[in-house]
Design a binder for this molecule. Sequence first.
Ligand code: CA
Length: 440
Amino acid sequence: MIDETHDPARASWVASANGHALFPIQNLPLGVFSPPGGGARGGIAIGEKIFDISAALEAGLFSGAAREAAEAASGRTLNPLLEAGPAARQALRRRVSDLLDAKGADAGKAKDLANRLLHDAASCQLHLPARVGDFTDFFAGIHHAHTAGTISRPENPLMPNYKYVPVAYHSRASSVAVSGGTVRRPNGQRKPPQQAAPDFGPCRNLDYELELGVWVGTGNDLGSPIPIAEAGRHVAGFCLLNDWSARDIQSWESQPLGPFLAKSLSTFVSPWIVTAEALAPFRMAQPSRPEGDPAPLPHLNDAADQANGCYDIDFQVLISTPKLRAAGAEPHLLSRSNASMLYWTVAQMVAHHTSNGCNLQPGDLFGSGTVSGLGTGAAGCLLEMTRGGSNPVTLHNGETRTYLQDGDEIIFHGIASSPGHVPIGFGECRGTVTEALPLG
Ligand code: CA
């Protein structure tokens, strides 16, 4: 639903928000942060600042439903707000938008309290915004599925279920971490084709996967599937997600039950939950399925979802290497993609996930699957970009990569834009590879 919070004419008295590439007043993403010397608490990104929800509560700036929502968003995790559902998020959004609006009814009052309400984002530490109960990783990027399948099964790249089932696996929640840290190269079992038996040692084919992350809001009771028409009410918001992947470990361990240690080494998410409400102007029709593809089965097929269940979000993947950093050079742009490349909508993922009665819970996290477009310039991981490591990619300083080396940093950006609306951003999902632990 588009309302006054999306008004492109709305400007903030927080000067850095106006024209900000990521966090203008039309965005207001939710997160958890610690200011210098302070404890973790809920906040909202606005320009180069973070709006402190508990400080605003203490100042008496909320009442009614907005106050209840602010209380649910003021603690060390946002799970209580996620549980409270779309009406609570919307009440909070409308009130905070009004407080930060240069022409808002209480703008003067809020501005007088600016020293208490706002922190410099650069001096704050950002945390995982919610406690993740379960993490499910989908496989909805059809170009990724096709290219990855071509490398291992050239004659039959897509499995026969792909266009019927939003394929997914249960991944690990405990190793989901917020952007900005390091990921340690895992040790694991490796068995290259030319080797008769596996050995144990550092992953040689460490990769990233560009994915759209989905934060689940209100859950469902065990045994009560979520009909696709109601799926949107259970989606609280979105983030960027890097599903670090150890390809050599993955190819050996995945038969027959799918990936395990190749994926659970860690998954990074961008710190801010860009809410479903903030993204309302950037929804679009799900692209038509190619001629000859089956229609989704009835429980996954909803006219409203097909008409606006897709998101126009542009992604970029960049790499910074130790050599690039030492030279003071910019990161190298590896690829660009868009969330509209996904074969399945988020509502279809929710409906499928719960269609057997499985219960989702507030703070559950989905990965969309690697969001690749067509061609190597739109590949969402190195497996695709280098054709399984056989075609190295050359960076702008002449370095080459097949897979990631120690010290390499991977950076994702995401921007949603649409004519007539102020573009909004996700903030970075960034992580650096560190060396494997020594063996025994
Ligand atoms: Ca993945």
